[in-house]
Design a protein around this ligand. Structure first.
Ligand code: IMP
Length: 202
């Protein structure tokens, strides 16, 4: 299927950059929404939430719309942080943290506190990408990267839980890697690669 313009249903600049870096070489123009929509992520799966976001943005901006819903699942407290990854700090479960100095750092602080005495540090990032084309039509894909959670944050690149996640086969966190390296192995890149393959066959 020929696709030359895609709206990204997100306001997370780091996430947008990762998606943009992937789509541009495929000759797909990335369009950003002129305003942020407050989409309630009421789903219990990444797929449901990605679909809710893609559909809401499509209804507003009338363009093929790509939404990513993603998160980190720590094996010893699965399914958390999971679909609550962005607001894990504010959940009652395991006790709340203040979003200071940022929501990302509060999420990291809470996860490290909860995992403190856990032997099993294994975790995986999951990304679900929905490309919604309108009239109930669309395609989706999922990407996963396995790894483990460190004891302390390392590195300043990336976003979210990047400073505490070491992907399998590496000994640096996502936040210590260049974006080009993260783009080769990340959950988001894997989901986008699958989606690009599907587009070719449609
Ligand atoms: P969403 O925007 O509702 O999909 O929330 C995703 C949340 O999951 C982000 O706010 C991060 O906390 C976390 N997350 C997803 N992908 C990544 C990643 O590539 N690196 C670090 N954290 C991520």
């Amino acid at each position: 299927m020929e696709l030359n313009k895609v709206l990204i249903a997100s306001s997370n600049s780091k996430k947008i950059r990762e998606i943009e870096e992937f789509l541009k070489p495929l000759g797909i123009e990335v369009v950003l929404p002129s305003r942020k929509l407050e989409v309630e992520e009421t789903g219990t799966t990444f797929l449901e939430n990605a679909y809710l976001k893609a559909k809401a943005y499509h209804e507003e901006f009338c363009l093929p719309t790509l939404a990513d819903d993603s998160g980190l699942i720590a094996d010893s407290i699965a399914p958390y942080p999971g679909v609550y990854s962005a607001r894990f700090y504010s959940l009652e479960v395991f006790g709340k943290e203040e979003p200071i100095p940022s929501e990302d750092s509060a999420n990291i602080k809470k996860l490290l506190r909860v995992l403190k005495d856990k032997e099993n540090r294994n975790a995986r990032f999951v990304a679900c990408i929905v490309l919604y084309l309108g009239d109930g039509k669309g395609i989706f894909s999922e990407g996963v990267v396995k790894g483990y959670i460190t004891d302390t944050p390392r590195g300043h690149k990336g976003f979210g839980y990047d400073p505490i996640f070491v992907p399998e086969g590496f000994n640096v966190t996502f936040a210590q890697m260049e974006l080009s390296q993260k783009q080769k192995i990340s959950h988001r890149a894997r989901a986008l690669k699958k989606l690009a393959e599907m587009l070719k066959t449609l």
